[in-house]
Design a protein. Structure first.
Length: 196
């Protein structure tokens, strides 16, 4: 859930957390739903990741989602936001559609709220979904930061597009290359002419 805060979303993605609230006299608890936008989610992740490690033989090992990955994601976004196409380079955008793609996420419930934010890393969230490739929402993928010569949504998953037949046909079309199938069809339909 690292949506781009610079993108103009129709509705900004949110991370919601049901938090356990204890009264000042410690005899009453309740749950409160807190909402975090794209900017505020960075602070949320920093709090959630503070104990997301494993102690093995006296060594602390970071679990898969950790501070290093959070920093890497932030620095990658910075690089991508500054990227520009060289003059004379055309941009074509192919993105995935037709799959439920997580958009908003909610941790905890009203009856089972999160007490400490580090529990988020061990909690199964509930998602709301939008159209996309299963990873990236179509709304943001279709609106690439570069001016596209063509922008096409293809039914398929984020990684599945890399081996999708329709994607290769589009690339061949844009490069002006005929596919083997088109060449075979062309060979079969040519007529033999008697020149005599």
């Amino acid at each position: 859930m690292m949506g781009n805060p610079n993108f103009k979303w129709k509705k900004q993605p949110e991370i919601r957390v049901w938090r356990k609230k204890i009264s000042e006299n410690d005899d009453d608890t309740s749950a409160e739903l807190e909402s975090f936008g794209l900017i505020e989610s960075i602070d949320l992740f920093n709090s959630a990741l503070k104990n997301n490690e494993l102690n093995y033989g006296g060594n602390k090992i970071a679990l898969p989602f950790n501070f290093a990955i959070l920093d890497w994601a932030a620095s990658t976004r910075e690089i991508l936001n500054k990227a520009q196409l060289p003059d004379g380079v055309s941009f074509y955008n192919i993105y995935g559609v037709s799959l439920d793609t997580p958009f908003d996420v909610c941790y905890g419930t009203e009856t089972s709220p999160i007490e400490d934010l580090s529990e988020i890393c061990q909690t199964m969230p509930e998602y709301t979904y939008v159209d996309g490739d299963g990873t990236v929402p179509a709304e943001s993928a279709a609106a690439a930061q570069f001016k596209a010569v063509a922008s096409v949504g293809v039914s398929g998953s984020h990684r599945g597009l890399l081996r999708d037949k329709r994607v290769f046909e589009l690339i061949q079309q844009w490069l002006g290359v005929e596919s083997k199938k088109a060449k075979r069809k062309q060979l079969r339909t040519r007529k033999v002419v008697d020149s005599g």
